[in-house]
Ligand binder design. Structure first.
Ligand SMILES: *Cc1c(COP(=O)(O)O)cnc(C)c1O
Length: 408
């Protein structure tokens, strides 16, 4: 355990970990079951095009969510695009900026304009009052994002969009297995989209799914995902290829098998982080409503630089030197990224403030209690002596022997 600033790798101490630990490493699965399924698919000689494993995966996801339709896709980004295309969205789509770039890029790629809206600082999700204010005659839809698995205020967003006659979709890439007021995520708005990317809590190597109770919408997206075959309206013509392969479905099913155990492990990790990082002024672990279900796939820490004297970015660098690869989820925010940044100015004070203060710490089935103890030891040491640490870092000798002033 490290006791002094000089023990930190940033100042020449030994790194706490011999090998890097990461956010978003694949969770443990039963390899024998995966190989059995892959072998079965090879014997079955049906490798894609709505195969039996993909259909089984769709059924499992639909049952888990309690929704009428699930359409599995090759990833979540294209799934968002299928929804936009199937519902013939035009003009502007309102969404948060505090999300992974894919939410914005998906609609931009279709020639739609993402309109970034500020968040409720308590949840990190879309603020429905700001959404109502951002609606223009060009708005066709709202895309909410259940950031870090904490659901949006779905009732308020459903009301705002219904009043304005807009489509409402949710990017639920973080939120499989989570609930809002006891109802599973996946059942809100007109449709929701899950991601089964390798870094997500349930993974299919690459994969996504659209879940909806709207049978007609499900039929349209399923056809559009298969080159538009079976659709006759000219406006919907020209589909794409967004199907999930049998190999991905084999992985997705095996990962779903492991999900309850992974969620339990993540919850224990989360609770250990909360315990070890409690009562540190200026530092908090984001919380979850205890009555709801969560997948705990992200452990997000918020750090107040005014109270701690330590900026999030220096904490990330310092952890990296210890071989702890924390992630700035999500910073920069989308409106601070190209191509959005130079196209339009958005005033998003809550987004910018939270985005500059948060980081994701390693969790998942590869992370042990001892790993968390060591990560928290570093974080506690750094944060409790943040002013001193920052001063020492800024005064460190540069390559030419002069002291340097670090940015930020
Ligand atoms: C991962 C992620 C996506 C993209 O998912 P893919 O399956 O990789 O396309 C979209 N939105 C959010 C919020 C994500 O975290």
């Amino acid at each position: 355990m490290k006791r002094d600033l000089g023990d930190l790798a940033l100042f020449g101490g030994h790194a706490s970990f011999l090998q890097q630990i990461h956010v978003g490493r694949p969770n443990r699965i039963d390899r024998a079951r995966l190989f059995d399924r892959l072998s079965w698919a090879l014997d079955n000689e049906w490798l894609t095009n709505n195969g039996p494993l993909a259909r089984e995966f769709e059924e499992r996801v639909a049952d888990m969510v309690g929704v009428g339709n699930c359409v599995a896709t090759c990833n979540a980004t294209v799934a968002l695009q299928l929804l936009a295309h199937a519902t013939e969205l035009t003009g502007e789509v309102i969404m948060p900026s505090l999300t992974f770039a894919a939410t914005a890029h998906a609609v931009r790629w279709l020639g739609l304009d993402p309109v970034f809206c500020d968040i409720d600082p308590r949840t990190g999700c879309l603020d429905h009052v700001a959404v109502a204010a951002a609606i223009t005659p060009r708005t066709s839809a709202v895309f909410g994002v259940h950031l870090w698995g904490r659901p949006c205020d779905v009732d308020a967003l459903e009301k705002v969009t219904a009043d304005a006659g807009l489509r409402l979709f949710f990017d639920a890439a973080h939120a499989i297995g989570c609930t809002s007021q006891g109802r599973p995520v996946g059942r809100f708005g007109h449709a929701e989209v899950f991601s089964f990317h390798a870094t997500k809590v349930v993974n299919a190597f690459e994969g996504g799914a659209i879940v909806t109770d709207d049978d007609d919408l499900a039929h349209r997206v399923r056809s559009l995902a298969n080159f538009g075959f079976g659709l006759h309206s000219p406006s919907a013509a020209g589909g794409t290829n967004a199907k999930m392969s049998e190999a991905s479905a084999a992985m997705g099913l095996t990962s779903l098998d492991a999900f309850p155990e992974v969620a339990r492990h993540n919850q224990a990790n989360y609770e250990q982080y909360c315990g070890e990082l409690a009562r540190i002024p200026g530092l908090s672990v984001i919380d979850f409503v205890p009555e709801e279900r969560h997948n705990y796939q992200y452990v997000i820490v918020e750090i107040d630089p005014d109270v701690t004297g330590l900026h999030r970015d220096l904490l990330v660098d310092l952890l990296r030197a210890e071989n702890v690869v924390a992630q700035r989820y999500f910073s920069p925010a989308c409106h601070q990224l190209e191509p959005y940044r130079s196209r339009q100015q958005f005033q998003l004070p809550h987004t910018e403030r939270l985005s500059a203060r948060v980081l994701a710490l390693p969790t998942g089935s590869a992370i042990s209690r001892e790993d968390i103890r060591r990560v928290c030891n570093i974080v506690r040491l750094a944060v409790s002596r943040g002013f001193e640490l920052t001063a020492r870092w800024q005064q460190r000798p540069g390559p030419d022997g002069q002291s340097v002033v670090a940015p930020g």
